[in-house]
Design a binder for this molecule. Sequence first.
Ligand code: BES
Ligand code: MN
Ligand code: ZN
Length: 497
Amino acid sequence: MAVPKLALTELTEASLAKTRAQTVVVGTVQAAGGLRLAPGAEAVDAAYGGTLAEVLTTLGATGAAEEVVKVPSLGRLAADVVLAVGLGQPEVTAEQVRRASGAAGRALSGTKRALTTLSGVDLQAAAEGLALGAYTFTEYKSEKGDKPVQNVDVAAPAEGTAKQHRATLKAATATAEAVCTTRDFINTPPNDLFPASFADRARALAEDAGVAIEVLDEKQLKRKGFGGILGVGVGSSRPPRLVKVSYKGAKARKKVALVGKGITFDTGGISLKPAANMDNMTSDMSGAAAVLSSVLLAAKLKFPLEVTAYIPLAENMPSGTSYRPGDVLTMYGGKTVEVLNTDAEGRLVLADAIVRAAEDAPDYLIETSTLTGAQVVALGNRTAGVMGSDEFRDRVAELGQVTGENAWPMPLPDELRSELDSKLADLANVTGARWGGMLAAGIFLREFVADGLPWAHIDIAGPSYNTGSPWGYTGKGGTGVPVRTIAAVLSDIADNG
Ligand code: BES
Ligand code: MN
Ligand code: ZN
């Protein structure tokens, strides 16, 4: 789905009287003395003779987060409607703006052209939130319903130069596009999105963006010894793939490897999952989609980095050719793994990709996956768990919080390592006890990470897929987490090494 077209506009009372927008968005905050208008709303308020806060209060508005109240303009503006959206508490953060703007983006569906003044608080957050909130996925609906808002004029903030504003808006648009591309992949059902079709779509996007792509098919995987990817994928009639997508910026300062879990559907295999909610496992390639989009975004924003995504793709199915509990797989690089549970498949495909990534000698490794139900038990649906080498893990978790995607650092307790000891191979793919399942998966992955390589593993089992109601800038289905976190980390590495 395309994101709305965002264009900067100078906002004055005179320009408001001529705007082509149907709806004008203003922000409100919940101050101690009642509702107040957010910065940026001044010209709109002036058209109401300074009474807009009073009008909204009379209608029952309080400025609470994501509250949406519409007021007719009755000729005071060229636009028909003022849409007031609540930011919540008055010391406004970027995430409050993003969420309010997302709520406005959702409420604007059916509108052809809107104008937002939330940019008066935070241009980047207002633009990102609006574009993400407006996202819908109607590919498979006969009746498409109201279209998302198509054109949005974004009021230029008072501070900063026009050149800075253009650069900010460009970055926000590109970032929102990357998140929405990720969502499109996740929302595409598993009968249409399987390893080969994922690779085909990745190729089309990479060629468009002018970044290099290489796809290994099942024969090449076999020849090169990718035992993890092959083991997991061998039960499906749709054979596995390993996709490598690389962008090399001019004057690249650092080399960053990205790895994302690409299980296009996870039935659990012979260790079959229960039927209830198994359909959610269409999202088990969220990490793969996120790292693919992140490379495309790095290219679009011309980061002075080399960024390569390694994407192992397989479908985890039970069949007569499936791998079994009890099998021993020889992974890429030669380590052997005893499979005790075929539903712990993500770590197997990831291990191969992590070892492959290290061959290109990156400075950093970021890996992300819908790895464990234990992540959801520990942190819920809106906070990702970050494991890895101590410093880089903390850096990634912190930037995850700055972007509003939310991430929390988690330990890798050494005592869990011996629980992965296998009776016949180098290690087993699961522990005997179920305690600390998210951490045990992290410990398993650590066995495959090159010594001394700063790495972070982001478990997004909960945050990648919204099975609840829309909130803020997040609709139902794929969320696009952790694309904005990865983008923030890449940008931080570009600036600070
Ligand atoms: N894809 C699942 C993890 C998952 C669970 C993602 C819920 C999203 C929502 C993963 O492959 C899996 O099945 N993990 C097992 C591991 C267990 C067998 C050690 C799990 O979490 O139950
Ligand atoms: Mn599984
Ligand atoms: Zn899985």
